[in-house]
Ligand binder design. Structure first.
Ligand code: SF4
Length: 331
């Protein structure tokens, strides 16, 4: 497996050449890619180029598959990235857009600086990282938003040119390291949408990660890149996946990346059903039913478990600059 950026690394070169290449990034300020991690705050997001996967449906293929990259990149050092995050009032930094594990050294350097500034850090990742590497960065990595793209190794092989097992293993390691975890499965009609496969994935999560955490996201596919022969996922398909998750004991299943409103776009208290966080149009986040991390309706003992810090604010992210060409939080 090669990442198209790594292959150009000159391993016998001084470290600054490696850093120089890694510093080709783009950035913006946006809503967090996680539902239970600092909701109501903004996150400073950075991405680079290249990926260790070759997903035929990649929504960010223009940067992840560098051979086809034609855009503009900016040099942002770890120090400059942290400075910008602080200056813009963000509470966290997310490495997203492409695969952050392929610029491990850069994210580790920035993570160390971010921690010193009391910023949280997030990997939006395909989970293809060794136990050694994940434990190496774990002291400065707070959240692991991992794609489990399918529960079929043949899907991983044929669609992503990768394997399923390493993704499952790294998710377990992230849990052991105490990271906040949320999983994302992009549902492609006819490819990974069978109820049996979805149920098997959910059962694995319940058994190995736990029903309370992580929240599980089921997101919609749109024809893209080398997979234009499939139709977009319907909201009903995503809601069906969430219903299965509920049946299997997942407390917080979510739909995402699909038009219109669904029954699973908001956060409800798992104990009493009260509305806790309202999300409209994907960009408006209103915290309406929480006192700190506790449900206002049913109080302490029934409070939602496993929340990270909740900021008591509502934010409209629709005025923040979202770059249309590349999708933050979408692998
Ligand atoms: S979908 Fe994600 S993991 Fe797959 S090629 Fe694109 S950036 Fe890489």
């Amino acid at each position: 497996m090669w990442c198209q950026k790594e292959c150009r690394r000159q391993t016998d070169s001084p470290p600054h050449l490696w850093e120089s290449e890694c510093r080709s990034n783009r950035s913006n300020r946006k809503k967090p890619p996680l539902n239970h991690f600092l909701p109501g705050t903004e996150v400073y997001s950075l991405g680079g180029i290249g990926c260790n996967f070759r997903c035929k449906h990649c929504q960010n293929w223009e940067i992840s598959q560098i051979a086809e990259f034609r855009g503009t990149l900016y040099d942002i050092s770890p120090e400059e990235g942290v400075r910008r995050a602080v200056k813009t009032g963000c509470r966290s930094i997310a490495w997203t857009y492409n695969e952050p594990t392929i610029w491990h050294e850069y994210t580790k350097d920035m993570g160390r600086l971010a921690t010193e500034q009391d910023l949280k850090t997030i990997y939006v990742t395909n989970g293809y990282i060794t136990e050694e590497a994940l434990k190496d960065i774990s002291p400065v990595l707070d959240a692991f938003r991992v794609d489990i793209k399918s529960f079929s190794d043949s899907f991983y092989r044929s669609v992503c040119s990768a394997r399923l097992e390493p993704v499952l293993e790294s998710t377990i390691v992230a849990k052991e390291c105490g990271m906040h975890i949320e999983t994302v499965t992009l549902i492609i009609p006819g490819m990974n949408d069978s109820p049996d496969e979805i149920r098997a994935l959910i059962r694995w999560v319940v058994e190995h990660i736990g029903p309370e955490t992580p929240p599980m996201h089921f997101t919609g596919f749109y024809p893209q890149y080398h997979m234009t022969d499939k139709v977009p996922t319907t909201a009903a398909t995503l809601e069906r996946a969430c219903s299965i998750a509920k049946e299997e004991g997942i407390l917080y299943p979510y739909t995402g990346n699909v038009g219109g409103n669904t029954a699973y776009q908001h956060t409800y208290c798992h104990a009493c059903g009260a509305l806790l966080i309202e999300r409209r149009g994907g960009y408006r986040t209103d915290i309406v039913g929480l006192d700190g991390s506790r449900c206002l309706a049913c109080g302490g003992e029934k409070s939602p478990p496993s929340w990270s810090e909740v900021i008591q604010s509502s934010r409209d992210f629709s005025d923040t600059r979202i770059h249309a060409a590349w999708s933050p939080g979408l692998h």
